[in-house]
Design a protein around this ligand. Structure first.
Ligand code: NCD
Length: 454
C-alpha cells in the first residue's frame, strides 16, 4: 500500500462546501456578479492557465459550465469526459491519473467520479488544486455555490429563509452540500423525503455537530402536491446565528411560509432496485398554495418527471437560472483557486484536508460505495477522524465521512486489543492506537485479546 499522501496545505481544494468559509462564499458571490455583468471582459484573467476536467460519470451542466467559465477567463481546457476513453477502463487508479494530469498537463483539476470520497483522493494525490464536480452520493460543492448564489440573488439574503428539500435526499450529493451550507448561513430546512430516501444519519449528525442543528417534526399541511408524497417532514434549524431562545419549544413546527422548494430527481444510478413509484412531482397545484406564494422552485437539473413543464414559465421557477449562473459563479471560483483573484476573507478555521487518524489495519469504512472499499482497496490507507470522543468514540471516514463506532481499541506495538474504555485508551500512546469496530475485525487484523485492566 502506498502511504497516504499528505495534503499540501499551500493549495486550496474544494472537496466539501466546508472548504470555503461563509465570508469567502459571500465574497465569491460579489466577484460572480462582477463577472456576470460582462462575461466577455475577462479573457486575460486566467490566460496561460489550463484546467482539466476528469469526468468519470455523465455530466452536462457541471462540465460544460466549468469549461465555459475557464474559456471566458482566457484559460485553456483539456477534458476526459468519457471514462471508456481513459486509462481508468484499463484499470488505472484515480490517484495515478491525477498525479499525471495535475502539473505539466493542467494547473487545476475538476473531477467527477462515481465513488464516495473520490474527490478527497484526487485532492491528496494531485499537486494542483482539485475541485469536486460530484463524488458518488457524497458532495457536490460547486452546485451548492450556484444554488446559494441564485437564492441569495433572488431573496437578498440566506439567513432565516425557509427551504424545503424534496425527493431523494439520501443519494443526492447536491442536497448534502446544500444543507451544510444552508445551516451555516442560518437558513431553516424542511425535509420532505420520498419515503425511504431520508437524509442519511451521517449528514444529520454533521449538521448537529457543526451547527447545533435541532430537528423537529414539521407540518407543511398547506403544501399540496408534494406534501401528499411524504408524511415525515422534519424541520431542521441551526442554533446559530439564530437566537436559541426562539427555538426552546421546538416540538412541532408549522411551516406557513416557504422561500424555496429544492426538488431532486431519484438518483437511480445509485439505487439498488428500490421502487420510486409515486415519486413527488411539483405542479401548478403546489405553486398555488398560500405558503408557496413567494417560494422559488429550484432543481440542480437534470429534471426527469419531478417538475411539470407547465410551471417552467412561472417567475418563481428558477432552475434554469441556477444553471445559467453556474458560469459566472465557476469563473469566480476558478480565478480564486488559480490565485488570479485574492479574497480578503479568512479561510475556514479547520480545512477538511487536515490530517486525520491513520487507523491502518483497524477500521473499515461501512459505506460499500466508499472509494476505500472499491478502487482504493489497491492503494489507499484507511483514514478516519475522530468526531465524538464519547465511549465508544465515533470516527468518520476521512474520504466519504461515513461514521463508525470504535468499540475496541488496540495497541499497534503489543498487538493486543481491548473493549474500548477511556482507561484502556489512555494506556495506548496516541500514534499507536488502532481502533476496531468489532472483535472479529481486531482478530482478523492479527491482534490478540488483551488481559482486561492489564
Ligand atoms: C446533479 C449531480 O450530478 O449530482 N447534477 C448537476 O450536477 N447539476 C444532480 C443530479 O444528477 O440529479
Amino acid at each position: 500500500m502506498m502511504p497516504v499522501a499528505m495534503p499540501d496545505l499551500a493549495k486550496r481544494d474544494l472537496v466539501s462546501i466546508e472548504d470555503l468559509s461563509t465570508a469567502e462564499i459571500l465574497e465569491l458571490f460579489h466577484h460572480a456578479d462582477e463577472f456576470r455583468a460582462n462575461l466577455g471582459d475577462w479573457s486575460d484573467l486566467c490566460r496561460g492557465a489550463i484546467m482539466a476536467t476528469l469526468f468519470f460519470e455523465p455530466s452536462t451542466r457541471t462540465r460544460l459550465s466549468f469549461e465555459s467559465a475557464m474559456l471566458r477567463l482566457g484559460g485553456g481546457v483539456i477534458t476526459a469526459a468519457d471514462e471508456k476513453n481513459t486509462s481508468r477502463s484499463k484499470g488505472e487508479s484515480l490517484a495515478d491519473t491525477v498525479r499525471v494530469v495535475g502539473g505539466s498537463y493542467a494547473d487545476i483539476l475538476v473531477v467527477r467520479h462515481p465513488e464516495d470520497g473520490a474527490a478527497r483522493v484526487a485532492a491528496r494525490y494531485a499537486r494542483v488544486p482539485v475541485v469536486n464536480g460530484g463524488d458518488g452520493a457524497h458532495e457536490h460543492p460547486t452546485q451548492t455555490l450556484c444554488d446559494l448564489y441564485t437564492l441569495w440573488k433572488e431573496k437578498g439574503r440566506l439567513e432565516g429563509l425557509e427551504v424545503v428539500l424534496c425527493g431523494d435526499l439520501r443519494y443526492s450529493r447536491t442536497i448534502h452540500s446544500f444543507c451544510y451550507a444552508l445551516a451555516r448561513f442560518g437558513a431553516n430546512i424542511v425535509t420532505m423525503p420520498y419515503p425511504g430516501f431520508e437524509l442519511p444519519d451521517y449528514v444529520l449528525h454533521r449538521l448537529r455537530r457543526n451547527f447545533g442543528v435541532q430537528t423537529a417534526a414539521a407540518s407543511v399541511a398547506d403544501l399540496p402536491g408534494i406534501a401528499g408524497s411524504s408524511n415525515a417532514a422534519a424541520y431542521l434549524t441551526a442554533s446559530t446565528p439564530h437566537q436559541l431562545a426562539l427555538f426552546t419549544n421546538l416540538t412541532n413546527v408549522e411551516v406557513n411560509r416557504i422561500d424555496a422548494i429544492y426538488m431532486t430527481r431519484a438518483q437511480r444510478e445509485r439505487h439498488s432496485g428500490e421502487s420510486t413509484a409515486n415519486y413527488p412531482r411539483l405542479s401548478r397545484t403546489t405553486l398555488d398554495a398560500a405558503a408557496a406564494k413567494d417560494a422559488r422552485i429550484m432543481h440542480p437539473l437534470p429534471r426527469v418527471d419531478e417538475i411539470d413543464y407547465d410551471i417552467d414559465d412561472d417567475p418563481r421557477s428558477i432552475y434554469f437560472r441556477q444553471a445559467e449562473l453556474g458560469v459566472p459563479m465557476r469563473m469566480a471560483l476558478m480565478a480564486f483557486l488559480l490565485g488570479r483573484i485574492q479574497l480578503r476573507a479568512a479561510r475556514p478555521a479547520a480545512l477538511s484536508t487536515s490530517p486525520g487518524i491513520v487507523a491502518g489495519a483497524g477500521l473499515r469504512c461501512r459505506n460499500e460505495r466508499c472509494i476505500t472499499n472499491n478502487e482504493g482497496v489497491r492503494y489507499l490507507v484507511r483514514d478516519f477522524r475522530l468526531c465524538e470522543s464519547e465511549t465508544p468514540p465515533v470516527l468518520a471516514c476521512a474520504y466519504c465521512e461515513r461514521e463508525v463506532e470504535a468499540r475496541f481499541v488496540g495497541d499497534a506495538a503489543s498487538r493486543s486489543f481491548h473493549r474500548y474504555s477511556a482507561a484502556e485508551a489512555r494506556q495506548v500512546r496516541g500514534e499507536q492506537r488502532v481502533y476496531f469496530e468489532s472483535e472479529a475485525q481486531a482478530l482478523a487484523a492479527g491482534f490478540s485479546p488483551g488481559v482486561e485492566g492489564a
